[in-house]
Design a protein around this ligand. Structure first.
Ligand SMILES: Cc1cc2nc3c(=O)[nH]c(=O)nc-3n(C[C@H](O)[C@H](O)[C@H](O)COP(=O)(O)OP(=O)(O)OC[C@H]3O[C@@H](n4cnc5c(N)ncnc54)[C@H](O)[C@@H]3O)c2cc1C
Ligand code: SF4
Length: 552
């Protein structure tokens, strides 16, 4: 049953054995593995995947260097099946940038990409979706799961997609269509980093009790077509240092794909403490460095986007199962931070979840649980991988130099098995007051290698139906001015990479108000994470809204 302006609406429902929320690498790998098992064991199992992007891949933004370990397990014949892994990595560079120079450092073992491929993760997902559909999986793009449904005994019953055609005022428009209910014996949540429904499950089932807070970074990325002489297919470059100060965790990636394309991006830890910092402007400034700029001069920027990335790792993995469902991929937080890779662990977790779910669903017991999934994760290579790097990210809390020295000791002397585990703290707690922090003057964009936010959002092809309730909801309308502006100079104006949040005021500066340009939102989830008052709740907009990334 849905509700619009107080009026109860009957929704149609559909029954499946398994419903999967999110068509990223984790959700699609779950779907494929379920169908593989069904074929192997001669059992019919209905599997449906829903995806909020207008098509599979439209909301996928990654680096990406893909470690093919999980893909080899899922489809040993992926080459024959035409998987879009066309550019093997042929060199790795790890650079420390100063203001005008660069020092090449030895590549840390976690960043050695021998045997990996430079890909568009969006295209890999499109290909995975084709494989899944050919195996009988039903995929519904353009439908956002807006609500978790529960049985009377508290078990998850499935999800409901959002109603379409509800106006800003909450009233039905002429295009109104109620959402669907998708009921399942098991629901797999594969929403990626900071899943909006997963957040409600954390609370409902206490899944985060006893584990560290999840921590995050914001990744901002552009895709460029560069001059052929600046392009070296297979080259991977990572930088640390400038323009970050040594107290802020961050660095860049440049991945040379096929067809003169380079994926360039910058990741900044969301535990930064200066409310004047603008991740977007740091990224733009990074591209003006004398060692970086020549790569892009004379080239063309073809796409832009941003997405949060998990950084908590081992210490922050929540309980993974609850009655009626489980969590896979980055919504659970399996990303390996020193590697900046989470696609392989996302896929593997999706496959392990499918195996646990298959046993329950095929066993015809709707109430049997999938606790075997947690045990399977803990005895898989995911757990070993995350355990060994668990202390590296938190060590950067003491600054770049201490972080680098500690990482070398942890990796080469303790080999990831130091008899201690560093803790994490929630990112929204770290901001200093604006008056206590250094102001940052960012250079104006030059329009050649650096750009402004609005022209950037334009090439993310972001589109939302304008007449709909805001999907960036405020718990308290007064907090943006009384707390965020007063104490932190409204940091949402700077950390949002899409210019969604603006403080507008009278000409004399009086009567400041927060204006939310929700139609620009690229669904990165940073505001949901970094708002110092935890006052912003990101919920799904109408299905199909958001960025339309081509091959990010
Ligand atoms: C800048 C950046 C660089 C990265 N570089 C690399 C790299 O080089 N190598 C690597 O391996 N990993 C990299 N990663 C991490 C990698 O992208 C993730 O680990 C991976 O995408 C996680 O897969 P997932 O399936 O869990 O989630 P996602 O890929 O985020 O997919 C989730 C899907 O679910 C959909 N969805 C979410 N909520 C809903 C809902 N309520 N209803 C319907 N649909 C929903 C989303 O639209 C999305 O399509 C990078 C990440 C970033 C941000
Ligand atoms: S509004 Fe929030 S989720 Fe949307 S782009 Fe801005 S920071 Fe990201």
């Amino acid at each position: 049953m849905g509700e619009v302006a107080g009026e109860a609406i009957e929704r149609e429902s559909m029954e499946f054995d398994v419903v999967i929320v999110g068509a990223g690498p984790s959700g699609l790998s779950s779907a494929i593995r379920l169908r593989q098992l069904a074929e192997e064991k001669g059992r019919e199992i209905s599997v449906c995947v829903i995806e909020k992007g207008s098509e599979v891949g439209a909301h996928i933004l990654s680096g990406a260097v893909l470690e093919p370990r999980a893909l080899n397990e899922l489809f040993p014949d992926w080459k024959e099946r035409g998987a879009p892994l066309n550019t093997p990595v042929d060199s790795d560079q790890f650079l420390l940038l100063g203001k005008s120079g660069a020092l090449r450092l030895p590549t840390p073992p976690q960043m050695n990409n021998h045997g990996n491929y430079i890909v568009s993760l969006g295209n890999v997902c499109r290909w995975l979706a084709e494989q899944a559909e050919a195996m009988g999986v039903e995929i519904f793009p353009g439908f956002a799961a807006a609500e978790v449904l529960y049985h009377e005994d508290g078990r998850v019953k499935g999800v409901a997609t959002g109603d379409m055609g509800v106006g800003k005022d909450g009233e039905q428009t002429a295009n109104y269509q109620p959402g669907f209910e998708l009921h399942a014996k098991q629901t797999i949540f594969a929403e990626g980093c900071r899943g909006s429904l997963t957040k409600t499950l954390f609370e409902k089932f206490g899944l985060r009790d006893g584990v560290d807070p999840q921590t995050f970074g914001i990744g901002i990325k552009e895709l460029w077509e560069v001059k052929p002489e600046n392009h070296h297919p297979g080259r991977v470059v990572h930088t640390i240092g400038w323009p970050m100060d040594s107290g802020t965790y961050g660095g860049s990636f440049l991945y040379h794909l096929e067809d003169n394309q380079i994926a360039v991006g910058f990741v900044i830890g969301l535990d930064y403490d200066n409310p004047h910092l603008s991740p977007f402007d740091e990224f733009q400034r990074f591209k003006t460095h004398p060692k970086i700029r020549p790569t892009f001069e004379g080239g063309r920027r073809v796409a832009y986007g941003a997405r949060a990335i998990n950084e908590g790792g081992f210490q922050s993995v929540p309980k993974l199962t609850f009655p009626g469902g489980l969590l896979v991929g980055c919504t659970a937080g399996f990303l390996n931070v020193p590697k900046i890779k989470g696609s392989h662990t996302a896929m593997k977790s999706g496959m392990l979840a499918a195996e646990a779910v298959f046993d329950v669903v095929a066993g015809d017991s709707a109430t049997a649980d999938t606790a075997g999934y947690e045990a399977a994760i803990k005895s898989s290579w995911i757990w070993d991988e995350l355990y060994r790097v668990r202390n590296i990210r938190p060590a950067f809390r003491w600054g770049l130099w201490c972080g680098l020295i500690y990482s070398a000791i942890d990796t080469y002397i303790f080999r990831g098995r130091a008899p201690w585990t560093f803790r994490h703290y929630a990112d929204h707690t770290t901001l200093k007051k604006a008056s206590e922090a250094r102001r940052i003057d960012y250079p104006a964009p030059d329009g050649e290698v650096s750009f402004d936010k609005l022209s950037s959002v334009f090439i993310s092809n972001t589109n939302h139906e304008e007449n709909q309730p805001a999907h960036l909801t405020l718990r308290d309308d007064k907090v943006p001015i009384s707390v965020n502006l007063a104490e932190y100079d409204a940091p949402e104006q700077r950390y949002c990479p899409a210019g969604v949040y603006e403080i507008i005021a009278e000409d004399d500066g009086s009567n400041p108000q927060l204006q939310i340009n929700a139609q620009n939102c690229v669904h990165c989830k940073t505001c949901d994470i970094k708002d110092p008052s935890q006052n912003i709740d990101w919920v799904v907009p109408e299905g199909g809204g958001g960025p339309n990334y081509p091959n990010m």
